[in-house]
Design a protein around this ligand. Structure first.
Ligand SMILES: [Zn+2]
Length: 89
C-alpha cells in the first residue's frame, strides 16, 4: 500500500491504535460472507472473512505476541493483512 516492502498494519483496537509488525493469522474460525469497502477503492465488494482469528505478530518493541481477536476488529485485521499480501478486495 505504501510502495515499501514491509509488513506493518496499524488499526483502531477498541479506541487505541495498535501496531503489528509481520502479522500472520495462525488460526481462524467462523467463516462468513462479508461486504467491505476500502480506502483504496470506490464502492464495496464481497469477500470471505472469519469471525475469530488468532494472530502472531511483533509489537513495536519487536517482541513476538499471540492474540485472539473477534468481531469487527478481526475483520479489520484480515482486511489489512490482505493488503500486506498484495490483495485488494
Ligand atoms: Zn483496504
Amino acid at each position: 500500500m505504501i510502495g515499501v516492502s514491509r509488513r506493518i498494519i496499524v488499526f483502531d483496537c477498541g479506541g487505541e491504535y495498535m501496531t503489528m509488525l509481520n502479522p500472520e493469522i495462525i488460526r481462524f474460525s467462523g467463516p462468513f460472507d462479508a461486504e467491505e469497502g476500502c480506502l483504496s477503492l470506490s464502492g464495496t465488494r464481497k469477500t470471505k472473512r472469519y469471525r475469530s482469528i488468532k494472530v502472531r505478530y511483533q509489537n513495536e518493541q519487536l517482541q513476538i505476541r499471540l492474540r485472539t481477536f473477534s468481531g469487527w476488529t478481526a475483520q479489520i485485521i484480515q482486511h489489512e493483512i490482505d493488503h500486506c499480501n498484495g490483495i485488494l478486495i
